[in-house]
Design a protein around this ligand. Structure first.
Ligand code: GLN
Length: 239
């Protein structure tokens, strides 16, 4: 996709899916574009407006099981996100957002519910809820540094052949299968990392932005973010 004059970042259903400040992911994307002199705006998509299909990046966060079910029902009825993915839009989906983009996921009742089918993943209940700090070594092809985040989920997500892991778990649980975390399928990234993940991991933010603008971006190093990143990696390693 050629770079449009104004980049549009859609924040999808933040009232339902936005635990642990996941809306911050959209703020980080917009801000990192603006700091580089690229015009960008955030489009907040709540339940009273259809999901626009023409944004460049879509961000969807985590949420409780009931909110997750309400969100997926609504997204099935208003398929703007699905249309955007078909046109090659970039998507970041966190935790419940990750689960509902899959083929199916387990609800609180243990029953399986149909997801949006954008990711070749299936989520079933984990034997024990995963809660705590997590460190992930990203898949080498992504060219980004170790990721840190906070996970809190009861779902275990198994990747099918269409999805590749985002990375390998160093500390924590992640997907709960095969020692891997998250998924990458085309230009869609799913992860269990809250934080918000893009505030903690600017490399991941810039990877998504590079896909969306279609060319490499000028480096943007924020000393404070780097210091916090190193501190979190050090603390998690010393546990
Ligand atoms: N409800 C989902 C689970 O517990 C997702 C939780 C979340 O988004 N933090 O697995």
């Amino acid at each position: 996709m050629s770079q449009p004059s104004r980049m549009r970042v859609a924040l999808v259903l933040p009232e339902l899916l936005g635990t642990y400040g996941d809306r911050g992911n959209a703020t980080v994307l917009v801000q990192r574009l603006r700091w580089r002199g690229i015009d960008a705006e955030m489009i907040e998509v709540s339940g009273d407006t259809p999901v626009p299909a023409d944004c460049d990046i879509y961000v969807i966060g985590g949420g409780e099981d009931i909110a997750q079910l309400a969100a997926v029902r609504w997204l099935h009825l208003h398929p703007g996100l699905q249309r955007a993915v078909a046109r090659g839009a970039v998507v970041l989906a966190v935790c419940a957002g990750f689960q509902i983009l899959g083929t199916s996921f387990a609800g609180t009742d243990g029953a399986m519910h149909p997801g949006l089918g954008l990711f070749d993943v299936v989520t079933r209940p984990l034997s024990r809820r995963a809660i705590g700090e997590i460190v992930v070594e990203p898949a080498p092809g992504l060219g980004i540094r170790s990721l840190t985040g906070f996970e809190n989920h009861g779902g275990a997500t198994q990747l099918g052949p269409g999805a590749a892991p985002l990375g390998r778990v160093v500390t924590g649980i992640g997907n709960g299968f095969d020692g891997v975390e998250g998924a990458v399928q085309g230009r869609i990234v799913g992860t269990y990392l809250h934080g918000p993940v893009l505030a903690r991991n600017p490399d991941l933010a810039d990877l998504l932005l590079t896909w969306a603008v279609g060319h490499p971006l000028a480096p943007l190093v924020l000393e404070e973010t780097e210091a916090l990143r190193h501190e979190r990696l050090r603390r998690t390693a010393s546990r």
